[in-house]
Design a protein around this ligand. Structure first.
Ligand SMILES: *[C@@H]1O[C@H](CO)[C@@H](O)[C@H](O)[C@H]1NC(C)=O
Length: 590
């Protein structure tokens, strides 16, 4: 009988709930810091119609001038322009300019910083195509690679930092302990000053913007040392930040990009910066750390990976195959967290090899800007790695691996100066082969075999790298338990690399993949000095120095006996011990 009444109240509840949700959306939109509009004209080579002179055997170095960077399109070999790299003296001046700008920036509120980041987010969404085209031109990647690696990642980082950066950097109250019970104890996160990021070329937009976003939110100025391989696009990307800072009325010196070879990186590390984030290889990471150690500059090193994807025998292959293909061939394998070892259960091994083979044979290579839409795999940004990569393949084959596709440089019929490597499938790989232990940064799928979960963990952990990882299984609990046993910094169940789209999570590795974390609360706090502060919290109560230990002491022995009892009273673990100590203290006073 009372059925209709119930329906009515349900409608009421739903209406109220929806109303509350809509009001909350509006209130949060109204109260969020608003961005400002600004524009930056994209440079001409972002257009598909642009044509540059094709270089024969293109190289970054010019024979006549060691400070000159020859920028060219790796997919076609077209010369874009030459850029002069700064001298160590120039870098010193740049440091001083950033330092001066940071003093003012440190005084800004979180709302002011969020407004700047919101402007950047609006710009990135509106101009994503130009940003991607510049990245394609400079690195040879495809628009899909650029969208996934440059735009999604940067938008995710901006969104998280705007929404949650402030709470990560808010002052943090800690327990003062019994002895200091009358104090407030807290940590305040203060900007370090001028931080630096020496970043890799694989995602020129995201790798530069990521550290800038964290630096700005935490109140720091930043020098970004961009790779010589992407000097041209980096100059355009810096203009975006500068136009944004200008629109908000801030000094553009707060963020400075410098592009150059190793000497420029060294000059940045030694310029006076308070922190170094380095993204690159273990070999160069050691050089950076040695240089930083002369000035005791703290480092965060992200040194690449050899990520495994473990497939248990119950893996849903219809789902896993496309994920693994993207995990290996995204950006032609030039990823920190790309899948470089697929470790497959023996029960499904032949099926996986067969299906992968059928997929890889259909991949098409070329320049997405020149050739249009029929391109799966772009170019290799570095043109001097082919011998090394072919060497890995030869070593593996000589030790018993089977090469089913590719394995060598691809000479493109149209783009004769383009830098391409054939999509490669190498199976029956074992842990003793170089290709199972060294990062290739190339479109090479490596398949290994395991006999069960324990064997999979053993094989995975034989590698000295430990950055990302994936475990595929229909049993999520089992997959997660395997993730916990891997010697890595990051793991994904039934997926690859998505931990990076959860920008709340720390990013970084173990072993020769480096140390320290960017992203998440850990990343933002890592760019701050966690300053410890205590203040008295009870009116009229201050720390007394008891006369018994006040200088000059009446008796060193009596004073010591008193302190011994204070220790027993404060830290004793049994009530009897504490009571005895209190008696001792009272005695000491008489
Ligand atoms: C500092 O960096 C430079 C690279 O520019 C390198 O040649 C040098 O060996 C490094 N210094 C140390 C102490 O490793």
């Amino acid at each position: 009988m009372d059925q209709p009444q119930n329906d009515l109240s349900l409608v009421k509840i739903i209406t109220l709930g929806l109303g509350a949700l809509i009001s909350w959306l509006f209130i949060s939109w109204f109260s969020a810091p608003k961005g400002k509009k600004f524009t930056v004209k994209p440079p001409a080579p972002t257009s598909s119609d642009w044509k540059g002179p094709v270089l024969n055997n293109p190289s970054l170095r010019s024979a006549s001038d060691p400070t000159n960077i020859v920028c060219y399109d790796p997919a076609t070999g077209q010369h874009i322009e030459d850029i002069r790299s700064p001298s160590p003296e120039d870098v010193k001046i740049i440091y001083e300019e950033v330092k001066a700008a940071q003093v003012e920036w440190a005084k800004t509120t979180f709302d002011q910083r969020k407004a700047v980041l919101t402007s950047i987010l609006d710009f990135v969404i509106e101009n994503q195509e130009d940003i991607c085209r510049a990245s394609c031109r400079d690195t040879g990647k495809t628009m899909i690679d650029a969208s996934l690696g440059e735009i999604f990642t940067t938008c995710a980082k901006l969104r998280w930092t705007i929404d949650h950066g402030e709470e990560a950097l808010a002052e943090d109250h800690r327990s003062p302990g019994l002895m200091m019970i009358y104090k407030t104890a807290k940590v305040v996160y203060q900007p370090m000053g001028v931080v630096s990021a020496l970043v890799s070329w694989n995602y020129p937009f995201h790798n530069a913007f990521g550290p800038v976003i964290s630096a700005l939110m935490s109140g720091n100025g930043i020098i970004v040392k961009c790779s010589e391989y992407v000097a041209w696009s980096s100059a355009y990307y810096q203009e975006i930040i500068h136009a944004c800072l200008k629109a908000h009325g801030y000094d553009t010196n707060l963020v400075r990009f410098v592009s150059g070879f190793a000497d420029v990186g060294e000059a940045v590390v030694r310029s006076g910066v308070n922190h170094v984030t380095f993204i690159g290889s273990p070999g160069v990471g050691k050089i950076v750390q040695r240089n930083a150690s002369d000035l005791l500059v703290p480092c965060l090193l992200e040194l690449g990976g050899k990520d495994c994807a473990i497939l248990l025998k119950d893996t849903d292959l219809d789902h896993a195959m496309p994920v693994l293909m993207r995990g290996v061939f995204q950006n032609c394998g030039q990823n920190c967290v790309g899948i470089e070892r697929i470790i497959v259960a023996q029960e499904i091994y032949d099926k996986v090899v067969e299906e992968m083979s059928a997929r890889i044979v259909r991949l098409r290579q070329g320049s997405v800007l020149a050739d249009g839409s029929g391109v799966d795999c772009g170019a290799m940004t570095m043109g001097n790695q082919f011998e090394k990569l072919e060497g890995f393949v030869k070593d593996a084959v000589s030790k018993g691996a089977r090469l089913l596709h590719g394995g060598k440089r691809f000479h493109h019929p149209i783009h004769k100066s383009g830098q391409y490597f054939e999509p490669t499938l190498l199976v029956d790989v074992t842990a003793d082969m170089d290709i199972a232990n060294e990062e290739t940064f190339a479109p090479i799928m490596v398949i290994m075999k395991h006999t069960g979960p324990e064997d999979a963990v053993r094989v995975a952990n034989l590698c000295p790298y430990g950055l990302g990882s994936s475990v595929f299984s229909a049993d999520k609990a089992l997959a997660e338990s395997i993730c916990r046993k891997l010697r890595v910094g990051m793991s994904n169940v039934n997926d690859f690399g998505v931990n990076y789209l959860c920008q709340s999570l720390p990013f970084g590795g173990v072993g020769i993949s480096g140390y320290g974390r960017f992203s998440g609360a850990e990343g933002l706090r890592g760019l701050c000095t966690p300053k410890a502060i205590t203040v008295d919290r009870v009116p009229f109560v201050k720390t007394p120095i008891p006369p018994i230990v006040d200088y000059p002491v009446k008796s060193a022995f009596v004073g010591y006996g008193f302190l011994q009892n204070v220790v027993g009273m404060t830290y004793g673990t049994s009530p009897v011990e504490r009571a005895n100590s209190i008696v001792g203290i009272i005695k000491a006073f008489f």
